[in-house]
Design a protein around this ligand. Structure first.
Ligand code: HEC
Ligand code: HEC
Ligand code: HEC
Ligand code: HEC
Ligand code: HEC
Ligand code: HEC
Length: 493
């Protein structure tokens, strides 16, 4: 464009730019108006819920039953909602799910069908709404936002196979009522106990500490879980299913061993996990069986040693009668019911190990604050370990006396040669237990340590270093090792 052709901005007569602006403004207003009209038409005549209400009305009006035709005539085109401030929800699901409590609509296509089962008879729509059981965005008025699977909403509609999880909000997953009416939830609860998940997870104040507490697992969201490696929609339900299949695939470096579940078990455990929601419910929504469940948890806790061992210890220690190698953790698990430990450890030692655990190792603590077991339960466990499988205990060769006066420097050299491959350079543990652990050092007497070195532990990887008939370590060398091991008490973390 040349200089002369440019309009002079100081010339008010010749103002093509002003005219253009007016035209643009006019067009813009027209467009806005058209959009408003369109939106209005869409909302009032084309919106999904209106369309469903018209269809529902026509379905009823075409019925042979005069009662249904009457109901059809009475269908008003309006948003319907159930306000439940006690849950903080406004559920408009019934704007589309119009036949939900009309028995004549049993088996009709969605969203017009009557609700399956007797769920709504026991939980009237006006008092419960829908999202307390199904999740989803109650206030939404279109299908996509109501399901809220891929959106900003934290709690998308549950896939139908997982809806039983919500029963656990107000009912006790372990109750006979749930065994009958929510069998998946009940199975999930049973598996959780039988598979020893509480070896590593606290729930209701009881359990190990290697994994996170699970009291509010069902309230986790796509923001709390690492979704990067989840296949499909980034929902908690998908996360849980895929985490059960392979924890390391979803949480890189996870220390949760793959639980090796069937599809049915995965679904049941996912239902149970989703049910774990520590909510403050209004009294009227707390079902009787939930109260019974709380009471049982507080006042009727088992003191059966075998059950306690199965629920809290077996996942790591196996039967405990021999020292098993754990492929996942790549180490030996102590034979806590084995003939060796039974022969050389007294009740006080066992009780201390159970109560304190060994912080910094896999072994959790089980006192009231950490693992949440009662004194009576810990006593039952001690007796259970002491009894072993009923077989004879290891015959012990006496340890040298006295035990004091060893040379710790010489002991350190022996340890490096004979022991460090299993127990770590500085006794910090490896294939075998951590000997520098303060909890072990505090509880273990000189006699226990010496007896272990002299005799080894039968049926475990711990060798005897003074076997009858073979040369082995001299008494002085056992004393030296003991002296060096005791210096670890000061260094142990
Ligand atoms: C007390 C809990 C509860 C409430 C409240 C509840 N539902 Fe359900 N609903 C369920 C369960 C559980 C199922 C799955 C039934 C089954 O396993 O076959 C279900 C099934 C359904 C289905 C059928 C799903 C399918 O795949 O066939 C629809 C649709 C449905 N509910 C909608 C609603 C709507 C809409 C509301 C609110 C008016 C509602 N529900 C309230 C528990 C509930
Ligand atoms: C705008 C209308 C609309 C609203 C609002 C709506 N739904 Fe639906 N819903 C449908 C339709 C349509 C289907 C059938 C979809 C299909 O078959 O693919 C359906 C199906 C379902 C199903 C069957 C299983 C499924 O996921 O397909 C459930 C459960 C359900 N809705 C629950 C709810 C809940 C809970 C709410 C409230 C948060 C809700 N719906 C709100 C229209 C709606
Ligand atoms: C928001 C709380 C809540 C939810 C969620 C809930 N219920 Fe209930 N349910 C109750 C209450 C409260 C009662 C009344 C009975 C009582 O107090 O024991 C009840 C009663 C029942 C009854 C009748 C009990 C009887 O003794 O006759 C059954 C069966 C039942 N619920 C099953 C379920 C199932 C299955 C689910 C999950 C799909 C579920 N409930 C979800 C609170 C709930
Ligand atoms: C040997 C210990 C161990 C056992 C046994 C174990 N877990 Fe875990 N679990 C972990 C650890 C560690 C994590 C944290 C790392 C991760 O998320 O994978 C974890 C994470 C989880 C999470 C995710 C928690 C969250 O929101 O971050 C769930 C859910 C879970 N475990 C459930 C179970 C169930 C159910 C069982 C029983 C089948 C079980 N775990 C058995 C150690 C264990
Ligand atoms: C998450 C795995 C895990 C769980 C769960 C667990 N332990 Fe252990 N436990 C270990 C490991 C590993 C050690 C050795 C720790 C070390 O490296 O020092 C150990 C050590 C012990 C010891 C000391 C053994 C010895 O030779 O001195 C006792 C006793 C014991 N556990 C009992 C129990 C009991 C009882 C339970 C259940 C209430 C339990 N453990 C639960 C992993 C576990
Ligand atoms: C081949 C591996 C291996 C070697 C070598 C080994 N240990 Fe062990 N040690 C173990 C295992 C495994 C255990 C746990 C035994 C059990 O299940 O009770 C253990 C247990 C012990 C314990 C008891 C720890 C506890 O938690 O109760 C002491 C003390 C001990 N070893 C000292 C030594 C000393 C000292 C040496 C070297 C002279 C040595 N060990 C060599 C594998 C080994």
């Amino acid at each position: 464009m040349s200089e002369s052709n440019r309009p002079d901005p100081r010339d008010p007569g010749e103002a093509p730019s002003g005219r253009a602006a007016k035209i643009v403004l006019l067009l813009a207003s027209a467009a806005t108006l058209a959009m408003l009209v369109l939106a209005m038409v869409r909302e009032n005549f084309l919106s999904e819920w209106r369309w469903h209400q018209r269809t529902y009305r026509q379905m009823l009006q075409a019925s042979d039953d005069p009662r249904q035709r009457e109901l059809g005539d009475a269908v008003a085109f309006e948003l319907r909602q159930v306000d439940l401030p006690q849950f903080g929800t406004t559920d408009r699901c019934v704007s589309c799910h119009l036949g939900i409590d009309n028995p004549a609509m049993a088996g009709a296509k969605q969203p017009y069908a009557a609700h399956p089962g007797d769920y709504l008879a026991n939980h009237p729509v006006g008092d419960y709404g829908c999202t307390i059981c199904h999740r989803g965005q109650g206030a939404a008025t279109n299908f996509h936002e109501a399901k809220a699977v891929d959106a900003h909403w934290d709690y998308p509609v549950l896939p139908p196979g997982l809806t039983q999880s919500s029963c656990g909000i107000c009912h006790d997953a372990g109750s006979p009522l749930m065994a009958e009416h929510a069998p998946k939830l009940a199975l999930g609860r049973r598996l959780f106990e039988d598979l020893g998940c509480q070896s590593c997870h606290r729930l209701h104040g009881v359990g190990g500490q290697l994994g996170p507490a699970l009291d509010n697992e069902g309230l986790k969201t796509r923001h709390t879980q690492p979704m990067a490696d989840v296949v499909g929609e980034p929902t908690l339900a998908n996360w849980l299913v895929q985490h059960f299949a392979d924890p390391q695939a979803v949480v890189p470096g996870s220390r949760m061993p793959p639980p090796h579940l069937t599809a049915r078990q995965t679904e049941a455990l996912t239902v149970y996990m989703l049910s774990l929601q520590d909510r403050d419910l209004p009294q009227t929504y707390v079902a009787g069986d939930l109260v019974t469940g709380w009471d049982r948890r507080l006042h009727q806790r088992t003191t059966d040693g075998a059950t306690l061992f199965a629920n809290y210890c077996m996942r790591c220690h196996g039967e405990g009668t021999y020292g098993s190698y754990d492929k996942f953790f790549e180490r030996f698990m102590p034979a806590v019911r084995g003939p060796g430990l039974r022969a050389m450890a007294d009740e006080t030692y066992l009780r201390r190990q159970i109560l304190d655990g060994r912080p910094g190792t896999l072994m959790p603590g089980w006192n009231a604050q950490t693992g949440g077991l009662t004194d009576a339960q810990v006593d039952a466990l001690v007796n259970y370990l002491k009894a072993g499988d009923g077989g004879p205990v290891q015959t012990l060769r006496p340890a040298p006396t006295p035990l004091a006066g060893g040379d710790s420097a010489r002991g350190g050299q022996l340890f490096a040669q004979l022991c460090s491959a299993c127990h770590g350079q500085a006794g910090e543990g490896g294939l075998g237990p951590a000997l520098s652990n303060p909890s072990f050092q505090r509880a273990a007497s000189d006699e226990l340590i010496a007896a272990t070195i002299v005799n080894g532990r039968a049926d475990t990887a711990m060798p005897a270093f003074q076997r009858p008939g073979t040369a082995g370590l001299t008494d002085a060398e056992v004393r030296d090792l003991l002296a060096w091991l005791r210096t670890l008490a000061l260094k142990g973390k």
